[in-house]
Design a protein around this ligand. Structure first.
Ligand code: SF4
Ligand code: SF4
Length: 460
């Protein structure tokens, strides 16, 4: 071999070593960040496993450097090619984002039929008798569930008197807000353009404490047909003709949710509902002061419309396998608030985040649900929408048994991970690539466990 040929080979070999070492360095940085984030997130399993990967990668890197050339070049070259193949695989498996499909007519839901209303009907009362004469198909199952002590009933509160009393206080507070949701608007209208109104409303929502917000037209299919609970007259036909729905979401504290299905979860639910009530009542009052009709819809409950489908239309997220809204930033770890109004606004577009595709492959919530209420099967049609239908009675049975609102499915969902740069990077990847979704589902099971363990909350 001539000197020139040797020089070319040497340069080529070095290029392979540099490329391979850079690839390993990228992986080392990734796992270093992963272990640091896991440490701060108190995710023990993820911390130890990511640290183990980090250690192995460092050993591998040093080991390769100790090997004689040309084997060294082959090894580093192999690592580089493997990385390139992985990247190509991730980049060239673009995600064809599926949407929630509306395949038939959507009838208005009667609030009297929803599970939370049905369990407010006291045995022997006029409402109870009237309801089960009209809807006898629910009676047997409902009566059986009534035998189990209610959520926040004295027998449950005895198990954790401090935290469950706190939750009871929060829900009592909400009860006192139920009549403050509406009022008469000022006679004089403040005139501003729809874009200006929208900018102000979104800015105010953020200032008042909401984490996500969006605006859509108030789809009448999502307005309840009749009042089923709350302070308004039971059975009254609902007329809600506001043009717009302003929907917002509040992030639930992951530390509290991670204790699911224990008492801290319902304390956190109560806290977020109280905050949502404060924000929506204030916002509705503010809009009325500008001279436009507005009504807040708060938990407890005096909802006149269904929040999750409106939140989907306002671009906050998508309906997930677990039967509730999965938001883009916090997954299902969020509570919703709503104000309906005629204030002229600009509506947001419905967005697709790839959540339908992700839920199609991932069944973590279904696998972990203590009452097997979440479907592991394909979507089926319910009221014109193709979706994973939740067995609400079985879910609610577990709520009554545990004395809380459970939330195990919310905790284990991979989308519920903290809203930080590391997890957002993974969220972004899963929005773009089908292979990244598969990798993320496998990684979540491996690093966080197929059946994640319950943690102590900050209040324990
Ligand atoms: S809240 Fe609990 S019982 Fe209900 S669906 Fe989720 S995991 Fe299952
Ligand atoms: S746990 Fe998985 S299947 Fe369930 S809602 Fe979350 S992403 Fe979808």
């Amino acid at each position: 071999m001539t000197i020139k040929e040797q020089f070319i080979t040497f340069k080529a070999m070095n290029t392979w070593v540099i490329a391979g070492a850079a690839s390993l360095l990228f992986l080392i940085c990734f796992f270093f960040l992963f272990s640091i984030y896991s440490l701060f997130e108190k995710e023990k399993r993820a911390f130890w496993f990511s640290s183990l990967f980090l250690f192995l990668l460092i050993v591998l890197c040093f080991g390769f450097f100790l090997v004689e050339t040309p084997l060294k070049n082959w090894l580093f070259g192999g690592i580089f090619l493997l990385m390139v193949l992985d990247l190509l695989f991730l980049l060239f498996s673009p995600l064809k984002k599926a949407a929630t499909e509306i395949i038939g007519e959507q009838r208005k839901i009667d609030e009297r039929d929803i599970i939370f209303a049905r369990f407010e009907y006291e045995e022997g009362s006029r409402v109870y008798d009237e309801y089960y004469v009209r809807m006898p198909q629910y009676k047997k199952k409902d009566d059986e569930l009534r035998r189990i002590p209610d959520i926040l009933s004295p027998s449950h509160i005895k198990k954790d008197p401090i935290l469950l009393s706190l939750a009871a206080a929060e829900f009592d507070f909400l009860e006192h807000q139920l009549t403050k949701v509406s009022g008469v608007e000022s006679a004089e209208k403040v005139q501003q353009s729809p874009p200006e109104n929208t900018r102000k409303i979104k800015g105010i929502l953020k200032y008042l404490g909401s984490d996500l917000c969006g605006i859509c037209l108030l789809n009448q299919a999502y307005v309840y047909s009749h009042v089923g609970r709350g302070p308004e007259q039971y059975g009254r036909e609902i007329e809600l003709n506001h043009k717009y729905a302003v929907v917002f979401a509040l992030e639930m504290d992951l530390g509290m949710v991670a204790s699911a299905p224990s008492a801290p979860v319902i304390v956190e639910t109560g806290k977020k509902y109280v905050e949502a009530a404060r924000i929506s009542i204030t916002l509705a009052d503010f809009i009325r002061r500008l001279g436009y009709p507005a009504r807040a819809h708060i938990a407890g409950s005096n909802y006149l419309a269904m929040l999750p489908p409106l939140a989907c239309e306002a671009g906050l997220g998508e309906l997930g396998r677990l039967g509730i809204l999965v938001t883009s930033k916090y997954g299902p770890r969020a509570r919703l608030g709503l104000v309906t109004t005629d204030l002229p606004l600009v509506v947001d577009k419905t967005k697709k985040f790839g959540i339908q595709n992700f839920c199609q492959k991932c069944q973590k919530c279904a696998r972990n649900c203590p009452s097997q209420a979440i479907s592991c099967k394909e979507k089926t049609e319910e009221n014109g929408v193709l979706k994973w239908v939740l067995n609400r009675e079985e879910c609610y049975r577990f709520w009554r048994k545990s004395g809380t609102d459970c939330a195990v499915c919310i905790y284990v969902c991979p989308y519920s991970k903290p809203n930080n740069s590391f997890h957002n990077f993974i969220r972004k990847m899963t929005e773009k690539s089908s292979a990244a979704q598969t990798l993320s589902i496998l990684g979540d099971d491996f690093f966080y466990g197929r059946l994640p363990y319950r943690k102590k909350s900050p209040l324990d």
